[in-house]
Design a protein around this ligand. Sequence first.
Ligand SMILES: Cc1cc2nc3c(=O)[nH]c(=O)nc-3n(C[C@H](O)[C@H](O)[C@H](O)COP(=O)(O)OP(=O)(O)OC[C@H]3O[C@@H](n4cnc5c(N)ncnc54)[C@H](O)[C@@H]3O)c2cc1C
Ligand code: FES
Length: 269
Amino acid sequence: MLYTPWEVKVTKVIEETPTIKTFVLKPERNFSFKTGQFVELTYPGKGEAPFTPSSDPNVKDEFEITIMNVGRVTSLFHKLSSGEKLGVRGPYGNGYPVDSFVNKEILIVGGGVGLAPLRSLIFTLFSRIEQFKKIVICYGARTPQDIVYKYQIESWLKFKNVHLRLTVDRGDENWRGNVGVVTTILNDLPLLTKQAVGVVCGPPIMMKFTTLRLLELGFLPENIYLSMEKNMSCGLGKCGHCRLGKYYVCKDGPVFRFADINEIEDIWD
Ligand SMILES: Cc1cc2nc3c(=O)[nH]c(=O)nc-3n(C[C@H](O)[C@H](O)[C@H](O)COP(=O)(O)OP(=O)(O)OC[C@H]3O[C@@H](n4cnc5c(N)ncnc54)[C@H](O)[C@@H]3O)c2cc1C
Ligand code: FES
């Protein structure tokens, strides 16, 4: 029963970038998730893969998943159009401990499709914005074409206590912003790093260098939250595929405080 997917209908497909699409999904039954939790999305008869919903958990009648096309199953999802049906099981995992961010300054650092789970966190923080001192969002993509959520990202500046910094690894003729990897926009952050919370999600190499930079800047290991990705199968803490030291990413994560995993070898692999 725990492994049995239930049905969702694709109601909209948004082309974010040449390799990333967002799927708006209507569940056949009540579904809610905590920001940062993940689901297993099934392509009927072909396979399944884990994804973290990128939408606002307060919206109950539909949810969104943003998927980068990297291989066998994700390429099948990328061929989907409105009206088609998929399976979902979950939500699984712990999610972001948003209540522990109250009255704090929060730095959010995303790389590539790693902004997907962070967008759901951003919506969650916005829904109770007066409880947080400041939110600084730093996002890096490979090129301007690879920036996700272009149609809404600037609107995140509607709150006085929200700051946004963007960068691309390689600019183009129209790009006027910063050029360089995401760590190049972490200088002179408008927050007190020793007390602030840092939330990081992106490719392993980006997470590694961002975490090292945050530590250099004075962030405490117990205040740095990482969304870890490991190959998964059951999603339920039973098969052992997603082992990270003494933890199972699917059950104990996917969100970990750096202080809890920094002794584990090869956490960035
Ligand atoms: C908790 C969690 C949340 C995730 N959220 C998102 C998301 O919101 N959006 C998104 O685009 N991707 C997300 N991913 C990654 C996504 O699950 C993989 O890209 C997907 O499983 C690849 O499947 P595939 O069959 O297309 O690739 P494959 O053909 O199997 O492999 C292609 C590449 O992806 C890697 N890979 C394969 N399976 C996984 C896996 N289960 N987890 C991580 N890497 C894998 C392989 O090592 C290989 O490098 C998440 C992963 C986890 C664990
Ligand atoms: S995916 Fe099976 S234990 Fe985590």
